[in-house]
Design a binder for this molecule. Structure first.
Ligand code: CMC
Length: 453
C-alpha cells in the first residue's frame, strides 16, 4: 500500500496472519491503530456459504466500539485525562462548567467563551412548571433515580424540535438544557422525597452552590453555602464528568445511534447509571458501612468478602487495576468536608476498612483498590445527603460527558445503528406443538425464565 493511502486509511501496512487450522488456509488481516476490524474475520470460512467467523466478546471487554478523542484512561498506570489534560490539573485549576465546555467543544474556552457558556447554562436552569406536577405523581418514597430517569426522558416532550439531531442549533440547545436542568431535576426529586417545597434555581450562585441551595434552602432569604463544601462538590463534579466508554456512556451511544433525540439517549445513560455495579456503587458503599456498624465488626465483614459471600463495595474497577486517580484527588477534599461538617462515625469505619483491605493480600493480589465511589459516598453522607441521592448526584456531572459523547457519535463518519451479533444457542426448525399435546417436560435446554410458584 502506498504511504499516502495508508495515511488516508489510518493503516500502517502492518497485518496479522491468521491460519485456520480447520482448513489450513491463511488470511492476512490489516492492523489499524493496533486493532483489527472484526468484520475482516468474516472472510474466514470452512464452507463458501458459511456466515464467517465472528469474535465473541460479552461485555465488550476487548472490543473498541468507536473512536473517541474525549477521555483517555490508562488503567494500569492510573491515568485519566480529558482532551489530553490530566485530571489532577483540571481539579486544581478548573471548574466543573469549564471542564464541561472542554468535553463538549474539545478545547479550553477563552475568557469570553467561558462567560457566554456559563451565562447560557445559568439562564437555562429552570424547568417547565408541568415537570413539578409530573413529579407530584410519584409516591413520597419513590427512588430519586427513578424520578430523574423519568423526568430526563420527559424533557424530550417539552422540546420536540430536539428530534432534529442534525441541526446544530438544536444540538447546542439540548447540550445547554441538559447540563443546566439536570441539577434542578435532581434537587426536585430530593425535595419530593423529603416532602419539602421545591426550591427554584438561584442564578446568582455558581453551578455547585446553586445545587446546594436547591437541596438545602429553607426559610432564609438567600442560601449561602460553605465555600469548602461548594469546592468539594465542584471537584466531585469534575471527577465524575466523563469516563470514556463505561456502561452508561455506551448506553447513551447505543440508544443515540438509533437517531433518537438527545434527552431520550441521555435517559438511557441515567438508567444504566442506576445499577449497583455502576453509579449505584456509592449508595451501596454507605449501606455497607451502616451494616458493618462499628470498627470491631470489620474483620468479620472482610472474612465474608474473602469467602466471596459479598463484595467490598467501592473497591475494584473494570479499567483501573491500580489506584483510581480520582480516589486519590477526592481523598484530600474529603478531609475539608469532614472539618466543615459534624462528626460522623461512618467516616471512621470507612477509614479503618480501607486501611485493613489495603493491608490484605486478598485485595492487593487482585489489584482491588478504592475507587472514586468509596469516598464520594462518605462525602455525600457528611453533607447530610441521603444515600438514595448519591447516584443522582453522579448523574449531574456525567451528563456533560454523555452529551459530549453523544455529539461525537452523531458526527462520526463510522456511525451506524448499534446492532451486536449473537451466538445462537437455541433450537432450530422445531415444530409447533398444539396446546393439548404438550407434556410440560419438553423444555428447551436452559429455560429462558421460570415462573415462581
Ligand atoms: N470485593 C471483593 N472482591 C472483588 C471485588 C470487590 N469489590 N471486585 C472484584 N473482586 C474479585 C472478584 O471476586 C474476582 O475474584 P476471583 O478472581 O477470585 O474470582 C476478582 O476480584 C476479579 O473480579 P471481576 O468481577 O472479574 O472484576 P471486574 O473488572 O469484572 O469488576 C467491578 C469490576 C467494579 C464490577 C467490581 O470490582 C465490583 O463489583 N466492585 C464493587 C462495586 C463498585 O465499587 N463499583 C463501582 C465502580 S467505579 C464507578 C464507575 O466508574 O462506574
Amino acid at each position: 500500500m502506498m504511504a499516502e493511502d495508508e495515511a488516508k486509511q489510518g493503516t500502517t501496512g502492518e497485518s496479522l496472519t491468521v491460519t485456520d487450522n480447520r482448513t489450513g488456509q491463511t488470511y492476512e488481516v490489516p492492523i489499524t491503530e493496533d486493532s483489527i476490524r472484526a468484520l475482516d474475520l468474516r472472510q474466514i470460512k470452512v464452507e463458501e456459504d458459511d456466515f464467517g467467523m465472528m469474535s465473541f466478546d460479552p461485555a465488550f471487554t476487548n472490543t473498541a466500539a468507536c473512536r473517541s478523542a474525549i477521555t483517555y484512561i490508562d488503567g494500569d498506570a492510573g491515568i485519566l485525562q480529558h482532551r489530553g489534560i490530566p485530571i489532577e490539573q483540571l481539579c486544581e485549576h478548573s471548574t466543573f462548567l469549564e471542564v464541561a465546555y472542554l468535553l463538549v467543544f474539545g478545547n479550553l474556552p477563552t475568557r469570553a467563551q467561558l462567560e457566554d457558556w456559563v451565562f447560557d447554562v445559568t439562564t437555562h436552569t429552570f424547568v417547565h412548571e408541568d415537570i413539578k406536577k409530573f413529579l407530584e405523581g410519584f409516591r413520597y418514597d419513590a427512588h430519586p433515580m427513578g424520578m430523574l430517569l423519568a423526568t430526563v426522558g420527559a424533557l424530550s416532550t417539552f422540546y420536540p424540535d430536539s428530534k432534529n439531531t442534525d441541526d446544530q442549533i438544536e444540538r447546542y440547545l439540548a447540550t445547554i438544557r441538559l447540563i443546566a436542568k439536570i441539577p434542578t431535576l435532581a434537587a426536585f426529586s430530593y425535595r419530593h422525597n423529603m416532602g419539602l417545597p421545591y426550591v427554584y434555581p438561584d442564578n446568582d450562585l455558581s453551578y455547585p452552590e446553586n445545587f446546594l441551595s436547591m437541596l438545602f434552602k429553607m426559610t432564609e432569604a438567600k442560601y449561602e453555602p460553605d465555600p469548602r463544601l461548594a469546592k468539594a462538590l465542584d471537584v466531585l463534579f469534575i471527577l465524575h464528568a466523563d469516563h470514556e466508554q463505561n456502561c452508561s456512556t455506551s448506553a447513551v451511544r447505543d440508544v443515540g445511534s438509533s437517531g433518537v433525540d438527545p434527552y431520550s439517549a441521555i435517559a438511557a445513560g441515567v438508567a444504566a447509571l442506576y445499577g449497583p455495579l455502576h453509579g449505584g456503587a456509592n449508595e451501596a458503599v454507605l449501606k455497607m458501612l451502616r451494616r458493618i456498624g462499628s470498627v470491631e465488626e470489620i474483620p468479620a465483614f472482610l472474612e465474608g468478602v474473602k469467602n466471596q459471600e459479598e463484595r467490598l463495595m467501592g473497591f475494584g474497577h473494570r479499567v483501573y487495576k491500580n489506584y483510581d486517580p480520582r480516589a486519590r484527588i477526592i481523598k484530600s477534599h474529603a478531609d475539608d468536608v469532614f472539618e466543615a461538617t459534624e462528626y460522623n462515625p461512618l467516616v471512621e469505619i470507612a477509614t479503618e476498612l480501607e486501611k485493613r483491605a489495603l493491608d490484605d493480600d486478598y485485595f492487593t493480589s487482585r489489584k482491588l483498590y478504592p475507587n472514586v465511589d468509596f469516598y464520594s459516598g462518605i462525602i455525600y453522607e457528611a453533607l447530610g445527603i441521603p444515600p438514595e441521592m448519591f447516584t443522582v448526584i453522579f448523574a449531574i456531572p456525567r451528563t456533560a460527558g454523555w452529551v459530549a459523547q453523544w455529539l461525537e457519535m452523531s458526527d462520526d463518519p463510522d456511525k451506524k445503528i448499534s446492532r451486536p451479533r449473537q451466538i445462537y444457542t437455541g433450537l432450530t426448525d422445531a415444530d409447533y406443538v398444539p396446546l393439548g399435546e404438550r407434556s410440560g417436560s419438553d423444555r428447551i435446554e436452559g429455560p429462558p425464565a421460570t415462573r415462581p410458584g
